[in-house]
Design a protein around this ligand. Structure first.
Ligand code: NOJ
Length: 561
């Protein structure tokens, strides 16, 4: 692993910016080796060469697994029924240990998902908790009596549709579930719950994992009085409340113990060397202010930081994306805070689908991998995978049905099997895959792109190599360039004021001319063929949807800077 000099050694939680990117693996869909149509850990072991160190590999420094714990799979593993084991669907703990060892041999960090807000309704804790009102685990979840008319205790809503309360015949009480009814919320105000969750972290840290992605954390602290959430401004009365957006989620999440509880978790993480926790959260405007969002950075700056998910909802335009990045960079303290820019994940349509196609996705790739911090790349985005068509009878994502919306397609289209080659089932599995493979996989796949010097994959490889080689791209200062013209987003990255790179991104379907502060050499361009070059006075002619990364001639960058 490359070293950085003492003078540029970053603040503690910025150590992770020594790594070029974090690659998200959705285990169900990465690689199936036991022929059941579902991906598994041996599949990931087999593909480590692709991730780093092999011939023509992608070259990522860190991976994060979506949940692979024992689970009835009501929410594809986000309904955990045992926190300290691996679902036999994916393999065994021994497979995982081997995976961590082999990943570390390649200098790949390994992060796992941590799901603290809820368990499966089949977790032993819930089974016991629901068995009576006075068992040892009776207070592990949020149970309440019905109101006099039999209705739920308050008006809180589930994100996946309907009331957040489910009646339990056995206990003759309601229990709270922010997500599916199969995902009861843990009661974090119970110290025994917090203690158990800290033990879970220790278990995985002792196995050698480098960090956690902490799921849905904003919900772990709720108003203990369970007051009704206020109506959203567009709603007149309770009767007009139909969906999650019709309430302001003031009392059901983000309550005052959120950060202290997270601090308890990060204290465990901090007691191990060089581990991290990334919180799933984002400034959504509905209930959390920017100050509240920044609170996530404050939890434990040594080891934790939040994702930035704004890119998941951003429009494809220079104005929207530059505003998003500039405001965010202005809001954080770049010396201490690591941005974690995300443009795609297992919950949102893929980049190539959402932003309009391959050219647009290439532009986003160049942007994401030249912004500061730790970028997160969702498996398959590196080959420009798009959402796949899923027929109604093929839908696996249960959240579709609880929404009660016939139009909903759910999250399956962005979770389809990795497209490895042009063979049957895209080389993912010998059996019928759990979700259909995208029909374009004959053309869009790793094997084809590994042999094309200008492929989508080649662009990612090039950018990751540059990010690897030049610390300026990971931890350099960020400065937006002004007066670059309509539809163009441009910025400089620099270190020590004497080393600069420039990035210019054209979001228009027409050519644009951009004046950079200096001339330079093009280190990387999004378009496959012959970049026309930069004039001696720094004028760049960008073709439609073209982006370039330029090393400034006057301030050359040195490797490791
Ligand atoms: C966020 C996860 O990304 C999503 O897939 C899941 O359904 C919810 N949290 C509930 O755990």
């Amino acid at each position: 692993m490359k070293k950085i000099s003492e003078t540029s050694r970053p603040a503690a939680n910025k150590r992770w910016t020594e790594f070029n990117a974090l690659y998200q693996i959705y285990p169900r869909s990465f690689m199936d080796t036991n022929g059941d149509g579902v991906g598994d850990l041996r599949g990931v072991i087999d593909k480590l060469d692709y991730l780093k160190g092999g011939e023509n590999s992608l070259g990522v420094d860190a991976i994060w697994f979506s949940p692979f714990y024992p689970s009835p799979q009501a929410d594809m593993g986000y309904d955990v029924s045992e926190y300290c084991d691996i679902d036999s669907l994916y393999g065994s703990l021994d497979d995982f240990k081997e995976l961590v060892e082999k990943a570390h041999q390649r200098d790949i960090k390994v992060m796992v998902d941590f799901v603290p807000n809820h368990t499966s309704d089949q977790h032993a804790w819930f089974v016991e908790s629901s068995s009576s009102r006075d068992n040892d685990k009776s207070d592990f979840y949020t149970w309440r009596d019905a109101r006099a008319d039999g209705s739920p205790p308050n008006n809180w809503l589930s994100i996946f549709g309907g009331s957040a309360w489910q009646w339990h015949e056995g206990r003759q009480q309601y229990y709270l579930h922010t997500f599916l009814k199969e995902q009861p919320d843990l009661n974090w105000d119970n110290p025994a719950v917090r203690q158990e969750m800290k033990c879970v972290l220790k278990f995985w840290l002792d196995l050698g994992v480098d960090g956690f992605r902490a799921d849905a954390v904003r919900w772990i602290s709720k108003d203990p009085e369970l007051r009704d959430d206020p109506l959203a401004p567009h709603c007149r009365d309770e009767k007009s409340v139909k969906s999650f957006e019709d309430l302001q989620h003031k009392y059901s999440r983000f309550w005052e113990n959120l950060f202290p509880y997270l601090r308890e978790l990060t204290d465990v993480v901090a007691s191990y060397e060089n581990r991290i926790m990334i919180f799933e959260d984002y400034p959504d405007g509905n209930y959390s202010t920017k100050e509240q969002y920044l609170g996530f950075y404050g939890v434990n700056p040594e080891v934790s930081m939040p994702f930035n998910f704004e890119g998941l909802g951003a429009k494809f335009s220079a104005e929207s994306l530059s505003t998003m990045v500039n405001e965010f960079q202005g809001m954080i303290n770049p010396d201490v805070h690591t941005p974690v820019y995300c443009f795609s994940n297992h919950d949102q349509p893929r980049i190539a689908t959402r932003f309009g196609g391959e050219e647009q996705a290439r532009l986003i790739a160049l942007m994401q991998l030249t912004l500061p911090g730790l970028p997160v790349v969702y498996y398959g985005d590196e080959i420009g995978m798009a959402n796949a068509p899923i027929r109604f009878e093929e839908i696996q994502d249960k959240s579709v049905f609880s929404h009660g919306n016939d139009e909903a397609v759910g999250r399956d289209p962005e979770r389809t099997p990795m497209q490895w080659d042009g063979a049957k089932n895209a080389g993912f599995s010998g059996a019928k895959p759990w979700l259909p493979v995208n029909p374009v996989s004959k053309k869009v796949n790793v094997a084809v792109q590994q042999h094309e010097p200008d492929s989508f994959l080649a662009l990612y490889q090039r950018l990751l190599k540059l990010r690897d080689k030049y610390a300026i791209l990971r931890m350099g200062e960020y400065e937006p360039l002004s007066d670059v013209g309509e539809d163009v987003f441009a910025y400089a990255r620099w270190i020590n004021k004497d080393q600069h790179v420039f990035v210019a991104l054209n979001f228009s379907n027409e050519a644009r001319r951009v004046n950079l502060p200096h001339s330079g050499n093009v280190l990387c361009a999004t378009h496959p063929v012959d970049y026309p070059g930069i004039s001696a006075d720094g004028v760049v002619e960008l073709r439609s949807f073209e982006g370039v990364l330029v090393e400034c001639c006057e301030h050359r960058i040195a490797a490791d800077y």
